[in-house]
Design a protein. Sequence first.
Lengths: 665, 277
Amino acid sequence: MVKVGVFLCHCGRNISEVVDVPRVAEAVRHLPGVTYVDENKYMCSEPGQAAIRQAITEHGLTRVVVASCSPRMHEITFRRAAAQAGLNPYLVEMANLREHCSWVHADDHEAATLKAIELVKKAVARISYNEPLTPQPIPMTRRALVIGGGIAGIQAALDIAAAGHQVTLVERESTIGGRMAQLDKTFPTLDCSSCILTPKMVEVAQNPNIELLTYSEVESVSGFVGSFEVQIRKRATLVDHVKCTGCGICWEKCPEKVPSEFDLARGKRSSIYIPFPQAVPVKPVVDQVHCRYIKYQEFEASGAEGKKPPQCRICEKLCPPQALAWDQEDEAVTEKFGAIVVATGYDPFDPTVYGEFGYGQYPDVITGLELERLLSASGPTEGHVLRPSDGTPPKTVVFLSCIGSRDEERGKAYCSQICCMYMAKHAIVLKEHDPEVQSYIFYIDNRAVGKGYEEFSRRAQEDAGAVYLRGRVAKVFPQDGKLVVMGEDSLIGRQVEIAADMVVLAAAVVPSRGADEVARMLNISYDSDHFLVEAHPKLRPVETHTDGVFLAGACVSPCDVPQSVSRGSAAAAKTLALLSKETLVGEPTTAVVDALRCSGCQLCLEVCPFNAISTQVVAGRTVASVNEGLCKGCGLCSAVCRPAAIGVKGSTHKQLLAEVASLWT
Amino acid sequence: MTKQVAYFPGCALEGSAREYDVSTRRVFAALGVELLEVPDWVCCGASSTHGRGQEVALALPAHALRAASQMGLPLMSPCAMCYSRFKLASLELAHPEARARTEAALGQDIGELPSVLHPLQVLDEIAPQATVPLDIKVASYYGCLLVRPPAAGFDDQENPTIMDRIVAGWGAQPVSWAFKTECCGAGMALARPDMVARLSRRVLEQARQAGAEVVVVACPMCQANLDLYTGEKDTPVLYITQLIGLALGLSPRELMLGRHLINPLPLLRAKGLVNHG
């Protein structure tokens, strides 16, 4: 015989102002099973909880219904109170008299009171079928995976390693460092980017807790929090990195020079290469598209007629430790991790959609990131800013902001956050390089919201003499060896034309190529711009809807270096909270299959948003099977199951039918 | 490929731009596209009718759209303004409310809306059959109405390339330049000739700087402003149909090349494009 206690909350006046709570108490007092009814001004308060505990003990209650707010607010509070009094926490149900009733029916007190009575009746009917549930422990693999070796991923890996946990950092390129490695200086303090980044990169390489897998990509992910199984493809570098000493003879002597991706094709690299001098690891890879010997091998294999390409193999001949490994192949490794941090970063927006600015057509129209490479001492011009067209130093430089940002028509609706500040930085740095440089910056709004940012922006105007023009540019065209920038100064209401030597486009920040694929593998969401989606934009900014998967850096939204570092550390903190446990406590309200009823139609597989359902063969029949680690208890499977073979613990078919039936009695 | 189209010359092609009409008819005839003139056509509604209210601004182009619909053919007008009016009107008439209002004003059903074409779209689909090599550097000038507003345009708004592609197909060398879609001054020629001269001169100047020997256009207004108001002598402004006509071996007389203020004949003779016929 169940003994149900009903606890009615006034929620201050939130509920009682609209719902006649004493009348509800009277109406439910004689429902079958109800043996105790109480009211409280604040059920969630300590006295309110104490009343529940006391009633359970004194009246031998076996079920508790709390009629108050949404279970999203206080289900945990009341379950905990019941547990303290020795009742299984899953024998507590809530009736939502606030969000579902008093707040939305404030204009009709009578109807609200009637509805409140029905809501409580429903919960009472349901609760007699509740069964005690016990959470299952989930074993924790105390290792973390970080995907992406930019500053956010580096920071996350270092923080996890510093807490004494093993972490694997996977990076697609042959070096870590990411976008930050491409920068010359960083705002607002003008630290040299590599000077502050390379110590961290070296630390990653030397930290015994960090396994660094560069030139590698995540291929597939299965499992769930505590035990993700991740397949990682280590691409063939054709260099034995154990033997290689990183002496540099090969990349200096390799005769096949091709455009350098790291320098955004503004400079050259050899076909066996490291992307930049401070690369970590300082071990080269062979570019299999351009290498002469690879081309020779392909020619031989194709059996084609004609002149053979040169065999070359200069790197092999000169390599002191004989580290070239021509027959090396891609290697797939599968490793197990307890938690995953995604830090896939960003790419610059392709500005060629703005035909009027002539990017790709006029060589002296470049992007902000390309200017970084020209400013960098290790860049293609060794830090001398020279026009790509004729190699002369530019004296008049015009910056165009929001190229692809804040433009729903042809670009992205969002603000890319970093551009205003890096344009100010460029104006200051260009002036330092050459006092004769005059910068003009076309802007929509100058967004300088960060510590020291407004001051920095002022410095660009006052010390570096940058002229800020509020308005958009209509066109860039060549005239008499210059690039004429035709735009509007909306503050004086005039068209302006500036004859520039160089035009710099502040291209928008877009998610890194392939980030959406990673998201699909991990079963996390991305938005219409393909940025990865947080579990809550304010309160859970690094978590995702997949337990054990966290986000860091610009894969979530455009962000600068300080923010990337913060997000990296935040993701590490969340990861460490998991790794600090031997086991996790799973939520027991998962789906469960009645194999005798299951027809094997597999509709549930299709609707499950968490890929938690697979099939198994039981007594020769294929039936659905639920992975309780992945199941979130959403109930979609239960809704589509025609033979009602799949149900969710804590929301069984019996419970739901009892609720519905209660409305007719 | 459409072999027949409903042809709407419009007012400009009967007056200041007769050479555009004549060259279009001759070129399309040579290419095997039959132009069936819209019977009893009236003003397309360009320029002045926007200010007279939505009803008349839709009813006038609807008249030609209805005629083409009855002919069962796509509606083609070489004039960029007519084209733009028809295209925008057909988009607006897709809304039942606008359609009902317009049909009430016309006193007739419009029928199934025809597709609206500009000759450039048709030429882009025809394989060139040049008999005379067009060894000439060409700046393609699009002006505003062929590409804007985006709903009515048929190419990139900032860097359109359809004309460049067509003239290249016929053997000419399109130059890359930045003023393809700059304003020519449009309808301000009478009110502010100084401004039209300034804007149009700049277009020609930019074309020359880019190395063009001739500018091709597909809009009577562009042609008039560049040709009449700049006071230039050196860079002729031809309709694209005139240039294609030359490649097809048509004579200057057949293409009415003598009607331009900037005389193209010395250049075309020097280039060997007009020695025959």
